[in-house]
Design a protein around this ligand. Structure first.
Ligand code: CMC
Length: 371
């Protein structure tokens, strides 16, 4: 039996959701280029596309908008939990627990699709409530008249976004919605394949996304830029990191061996929005880190990934750095649930093998006779 560490290059399912061309740096949802979707679409439309496989007509779009907008408020038990939890708790732990509580509260028999829409609708509320509560601010209840992305911004900041903020928020969420097979999506599938429930799958996805090698790299990347502080110090910082054998956060990808297209798009938003917020110096530091990083790592196929510029965008949109993985989760939940539904149409229990390398036939020794 062949051992493939990290299951690299092993396919677990067929999909018509997302296609990645890692050599050319291209990404497609349901056949549509990510460049077009980030430029022209919005959260609701792209979520519909990923879930249902086609772009919605006007009626379908207003229906999905209405559904997503009407399900945002949390059950009282979840709001109470967010009020009482320690304010220095890891936001991904808080999100994981809150989604798990939503599962306990949801006792109706609606379809996985309806439950997926409901979870997607509520995750931004969980994040925004916790963010404001730990800052000692009052929570801002969702506003049904606002779109998904605008309402998310509104619940965090207590005011409506500017046009650029709204565009950046939509684009950033679209870019994080799906990415074919990856650690968190696979975790969701493992749970779903046992015919467990969709909440349990999403909880598994959040748990896998929490790690710094997956969704946690965006906050680490921003921390790097803050630590460097001045673009003149970027080269020295990158070199010292690489000499010590450390990884440059926001660089490298299992699939992309060139620029991650999401990084290219987010770079444009990061430039505009950091200017609007008066933190353009951080963007300049990032640009310099990118330049130096590509100089030393580019020949190995290691380039900026989605997390490199997303942190700058999220930070400019009013989110704290340790909250970034939760925003990633708020968008990726669309991909997770779409993959679960696609997999369950032709389910097979995921049950891999391990190659045993230990001993067999050892003699049991009573505890008093052991060395
Ligand atoms: N900085 C420096 N060296 C790197 C980096 C990096 N960011 N990424 C990979 N390498 C080197 C690594 O040291 C190794 O070198 P060598 O062959 O000399 O030992 C080589 O590249 C291959 O590394 P690997 O870990 O086997 O490659 P992988 O395909 O498993 O890596 C990765 C993918 C994302 C885990 C890795 O690039 C990494 O740790 N990046 C930093 C964390 C990060 O930005 N994660 C976000 C990923 S994108 C968002 C997502 O999908 O969740």
């Amino acid at each position: 039996m062949e051992l493939r560490k990290g299951l690299e290059d092993i396919a677990v399912k067929e999909t018509s959701i997302t296609y990645i061309d890692g050599e050319l740096g291209r990404l497609y949802y349901r056949g549509y280029s990510i460049f077009d979707l980030a430029e022209f679409s919005n959260f609701e439309e792209t979520a519909y596309l990923i879930w249902y496989g086609k772009l919605p007509n006007r009626e379908e779009l207003s229906e999905i908008r209405e559904k997503l907008a009407s399900k945002r408020e949390l059950p009282p038990s979840v709001t109470k939990y967010l009020m009482e939890i320690k304010k220095d708790s890891n936001p991904m732990d808080v999100l994981r627990t809150a989604v798990s509580m939503l599962g306990v509260e949801d006792t109706d028999n609606s379809s996985i699709m309806e439950k997926s829409i409901s979870i997607t609708s509520k995750i931004p509320t969980i994040i925004a409530y916790f963010l404001r509560l730990r800052r000692g601010e009052d929570i801002v209840h969702p506003d049904e008249s606002l779109s998904h992305a605008e309402n998310f911004y509104y619940m965090v900041n207590g005011k409506r976004p500017s046009d650029l903020e709204s565009k950046a928020m939509n684009a950033a969420l679209i870019l994080h919605m799906d990415h074919e097979m990856n650690a968190s999506t696979f975790a969701c599938l493992v749970v779903a394949s046992t015919l467990s429930d969709i909440y349990s799958s999403v909880v598994a996805g959040i748990s896998a996304l929490k790690g710094p090698l997956h969704g946690g790299a965006n906050s680490e990347a921003l921390k790097q830029f803050m630590e460097i502080g001045d673009k003149e110090k970027a080269e020295e910082y990158v070199l010292s990191k690489l000499t010590k054998g450390e990884r440059l956060m926001g660089f490298g990808h299992r699939i992309y061996k060139t620029y991650d297209p999401r990084a290219k798009i987010l770079k444009g938003y990061a430039e505009g929005i950091t200017k609007e917020k008066g933190i353009y110096n951080l963007y300049e530091v990032a640009q310099k880190v990118e330049e130096v990083g590509v100089k030393y790592l580019g020949s190995k196929g290691i380039y900026p990934n989605v997390d490199f510029y997303s942190g700058l965008v999220f930070y400019s949109l009013g989110f704290d750095a340790d909250m970034f993985p939760t925003i990633f989760a708020s968008a990726r939940v669309v991909g997770w649930t779409a993959h679960v539904m696609e997999y369950l149409r032709n389910n097979r229990l995921i049950r891999p093998k391990a190659i045993y390398v230990g001993e067999i036939g050892r003699k049991y020794v009573p505890i008093d006779d052991r060395q």
